[in-house]
Design a protein around this ligand. Sequence first.
Ligand SMILES: NC(=O)c1ccc[n+]([C@@H]2O[C@H](COP(=O)([O-])OP(=O)(O)OC[C@H]3O[C@@H](n4cnc5c(N)ncnc54)[C@H](OP(=O)(O)O)[C@@H]3O)[C@@H](O)[C@H]2O)c1
Length: 328
Amino acid sequence: MRAVVYTGKGGPEVVEVREVEDPSPSRGEVLVRVRAAGLNRADLLQRRGLYPPPRGTRADIPGLELAGEVVRCGEGVSAWKPGDRVMAIAAGEAQAELAVVHERMLLPVPPQLSWEDAGAVPEAFLTSHDALFTLGGMRPGWPVLVHAAGSGVSTAAIQLVKACGGTAIGTSRTADKLERARALGLDHGILVGREEPKFAERVRELTGGQGAPVVLDFVGASYLPENLAAVATGGRIVCIGTMGGVKGQLDMGLLLRARATVVGTVLRPRPLEEKIRATREFGRDALPLLASGRVKPVLDRALPIDQVREAHAQLEQNDSFGKVVLTA
Ligand SMILES: NC(=O)c1ccc[n+]([C@@H]2O[C@H](COP(=O)([O-])OP(=O)(O)OC[C@H]3O[C@@H](n4cnc5c(N)ncnc54)[C@H](OP(=O)(O)O)[C@@H]3O)[C@@H](O)[C@H]2O)c1
């Protein structure tokens, strides 16, 4: 099969498409003919050698999510058959023509979704669903602060907040992304400066002085003081990414007074059973919203796998709105 291969650690120059050996499904696993695989920031970090995949997964073939057709089922698989349209998050190796996935990690692709759209679903929607509901404790009608409002995960999160009857407050450093996010249901957009990011005062105004009970944060260190000033009493700041740095100063006095929780999350290194649980909960609660069209994948662009270097460059330049997907 053909696969994206990292020939070393470094910039886009180490990214190639090469012939590699086909994978084979073990007991309980399914071989999938990949049609579309989303690109993620984690792939860029992995390319630089900064985010190794879990043990047992090849570090030189990236790819954290996929959509495609079942080719063959390993022994003991009962839920799927050849030809089924499926999608999943993966520990790695998804940016290839073939990939192996545990049967319980697979979800059916709603019939109306194209391969490109389906490839944009798993990481963005599972991450945001898990962060909002499981980790953030989101309840119907709550206001939620979502940072980097044009990012793949945020564009999914905004729609899930709206589907839950909530108010979506989003930040971005790019005015155009806030404008585009309005079409997804964003209620209030806050344009944040690059030098001195400020948003807490506006969040307080928009929430009647209360603050946001859930904050979905992808930025990390540079937003930490404002996040703490923006979170509601008893609220939760869910840390999903660290695009603005990993080491920040936490005002413990403010944290205590807010009785707030700061919770971190990563999907990939979780044990299989935890990833299966997150997948099944998503399948139960949010997949019907995708199937009915109430929420939709947000695809910035789909590029053939041979243009993978271009796709890396686009993500790195913060150019995209929604997901960048590779088609195999
Ligand atoms: N924990 C997990 O399991 C998990 C899963 C998926 C993703 N993630 C992480 O979540 C984050 C978002 O992922 P994604 O795929 O949604 O991202 P994305 O689609 O690539 O979008 C990221 C956006 O964030 C904004 N941004 C970049 N650097 C920033 C900074 N220093 N300060 C403020 N904004 C910044 C940029 O938009 P503007 O500057 O134009 O606003 C950029 O377009 C990444 O860090 C990713 O690694 C974590």
